[in-house]
Design a protein around this ligand. Sequence first.
Ligand code: SAH
Length: 495
Amino acid sequence: MRYFPIFLDLEDQAVLIVGGGETALQKLRLLAKTNAHICVVAPLFDPEIAAIAKKNSRVELIEREYSSQDMDNKRLAYAASDDETLDRLVAQNARSAGVLLNKVDDPSHCDFITPSIVDRDPICVAIGTEGTAPLLAREIKAQVDKLLPANFGALGAMAARIRPLILERLVDGRDRLRLWERLLAGPFRRAVLNGDEAHAQDVFETELELSQTASVELSHKQGVKQDQKEIATTKGHVALIGAGPGDPDLLTLKAMHRLQGADVLVIDRLVSASILDYARRDAKRIYVGKQAGGPSVSQDQINQILVREALTGARVVRVKGGDPNVFGRCQEELAACQLMGIEVEVVPGISAAQAASASIQLPLTFRGTHRSITLLTAATKDQVISSDVMAFMKAGRPFAIYMGVKLADEIVNVLSSSGVDMSEQILIVENASLREERVFSTALSELSVCVKTFSIDGPAILFVGLSYDEMGLQADPRLKAHELSNVVSLSRQVV
Ligand code: SAH
């Protein structure tokens, strides 16, 4: 991000526009909405510029050639004369005077860029493309414009009026947040948008009263150390959400809403930072993922963290990779919450096998042939290979293996000594849905060689018993790049 978006207070600040034609007019139209003092300097003015100045006492027209003194005491300056030599001079003067400059249509000489704006004063949506594609900004502006009712700003204005009272009456930040959420989503919002201020005020007063009562009750209960379960049912909540395989576009809307509403996030290792961007910046973040070499947090400790945080009345969101109910230790976390009477919900996510199958365009079921798909973990809880792998291999039905690549050596060892067909083709999808995604195909006998040769150390899914040929589909072309035979023959050539 080269240009950092900020909202600048121009109340009673001086702004200079050099130019009197169409370019200057476009800037003036926008700036005239602020409370800045605007000086427009040019020997000749477009009649519309003159008309704006006539109606607006804060716009001053200086009808002469530009002089460097015009830059004195200005906050912002626009070089908008359509005369390249003059605009360059204005740019130079602005630099020496330390005034922020916008040279119209010349991003390389701009200290700031005026964004595309959707104006619902006091609410303002600013859209920027760093000068690369103004058309895109216009497209977004049109969409946002449709999305926000014309009088949306009334909500902002009303919020400004009631904010001091809310601050005064509700001490706990979380209580305030909940009240705001209720006000801005329910009858209060409807009344404001319908222009019925009196009704909006009534609703607000009732809601504020309710929030205060709930808050007092809770602190009373905490004060006398009543049964913790009772407190929890009054307020705390845990959502075990699936963050999907990594691509933020594969997050469900529900998971996104839970992230946005979280007070506390309890985060797994496989959850990417771009997904956490949906959460409030001030939400408390607790990382419990086991990083190689890093401190590991036991499942018991994670359960305790969820319960402890929920009992403070927080909305706790436990963020897990993929789907929480697929190899996600959800059973323990659900049980811990249920035991303490904490309200808990599970929000599904896209599991790695689904994302991998979509990426490589290889369906998990095939009418008439594959009536089931099994999701297997290669590892038992003691990190040795699960006997299920062998059983399913022998049964000849398709399955997906999670947590398998680290155990590749062991899988090959165990299976080769148990009469399994070692020529069976295995497909591997590493980092499914992420930019680093890679795909491989190997005979079972070469599985560990393949894992080592290509250093497959990201999260990966192995598919067994699924074949493009059988389904009459074209194989993913990326598989060719990672054929073991290519690498082996290449290294032979080198020798
Ligand atoms: N709940 C998760 C699984 C957690 S177990 C889900 O539903 O996907 C962790 C294993 O999931 C990893 O060892 C790997 O086998 C698999 N996995 C997770 N993310 C993956 C990804 N982006 N690509 C491929 N496999 C992935």
